[in-house]
Design a protein around this ligand. Sequence first.
Ligand SMILES: Cc1cc2nc3c(=O)[nH]c(=O)nc-3n(C[C@H](O)[C@H](O)[C@H](O)COP(=O)(O)O)c2cc1C
Length: 405
Amino acid sequence: MIKAIMSDLIKKQILIGISGGIAAYKTAELVRQLIKKGANVRVCMTPSACEFITPLTLQALSGNPVHTDLLNRNAEAAMGHIELARWADLIMIAPTTANFMAKLAHGHAYDLLSTICLATQAPIHLAPAMNRMMWANIATQENRKVLINREYFVHDPADGEQACGEIGTGRMLEAQELASIIENMFTKKQPLSGYSVLITAGPTREAIDPVRFISNRSSGKMGYAIAKAAKALGAKVTLVSGPVALDAPAGVQRYLVESAKEMHHQAMTLAKTADIFIATAAVSDYSPAKISTQKIKKSTDILSLELHYNPDILFDVSHHYPDLFTVGFAAETENLINHAKQKLQRKKLNMIVANPVGNNKGFDKDTNQLEILWENGHISLPEDNKNKLAKELLLIISKHISKDS
Ligand SMILES: Cc1cc2nc3c(=O)[nH]c(=O)nc-3n(C[C@H](O)[C@H](O)[C@H](O)COP(=O)(O)O)c2cc1C
């Protein structure tokens, strides 16, 4: 019996670009998965890529001749760079080498693949893969920023063991993840499409004097993971972020702030046009009553700081915009569920997400554990990667808003 293919990729024209990195072997599996989902796949390889995996393999998997040469008279006659550029509904370059990112950032067109990228109107997705030092190199990071600003979709590499034996960020995303990313681009209605999501993330800094401040250990990783996942699920995403060492996720509008008061002002303004508000930021409850204009000198054994209560962003947003679906985060070191329930009621939230912090948990980690509570319900998400938890949380939120609306 032939099983019917249920996929948004049926007959979609996907051009897979391969540049010369070790991860090229994973792209064979990506092509296989796309074909299985019903896509028409063509493959274009840089000359270097052909040293890593043979065009014959990709030809057999895609069922189409593989394109490798720019200046090839026969290939031009069959399907040249302009034709391929027009043919594609979407281009995914996997792996994208550091060299290829540089070529794209500078608009070079001296191989077939980079020429197609200049000539196409199709969305271009990049799955970089390289040694961790190459990825961290300022040149690569600058190129990444340029490409994101030019609306390339850059799917950052993952952490882990690398082919060179080192451990760090640089592994290409797995074939299955890339296939889902491509499929999501064609999914007509995504769980959050049509919704505007406002997220706060990271710590705040409360100035004491021109050089010192009060802050906390929040890295912003959870909020940024939620922003990235909300974008992938079809939402329009705005992020209000305290000082963190993270780049804005692709396609997300970010507002950088420092203090709780600045974050309050920005969130109150942006909440006007939002449908969902997710407050993950670790906002300082207090700030110094007076900020010294000069650096405070060592003068006495004991220095007392008078602290004043900061505006409560979550409370004010939920009370000022009662139609907004508000989700708070409660980072607790004890009595997790009880404290979260109290906060849910006191702040009039639709949902609260409690997560344990301290004892090496929560802050500045790549993993988290979430207890999601609402008026009459509770779901526990056991410890997992923050990206995965972010997606699960958003899917739960999407079910609640579709019930409400
Ligand atoms: C064994 C080997 C593995 C390589 N792996 C990578 C890699 O994973 N990522 C990368 O950016 N470059 C890698 N390179 C370097 C690229 O192959 C090189 O920069 C090449 O010029 C890329 O050409 P292209 O971008 O036109 O495909 C590797 C080189 C060798 C010899």
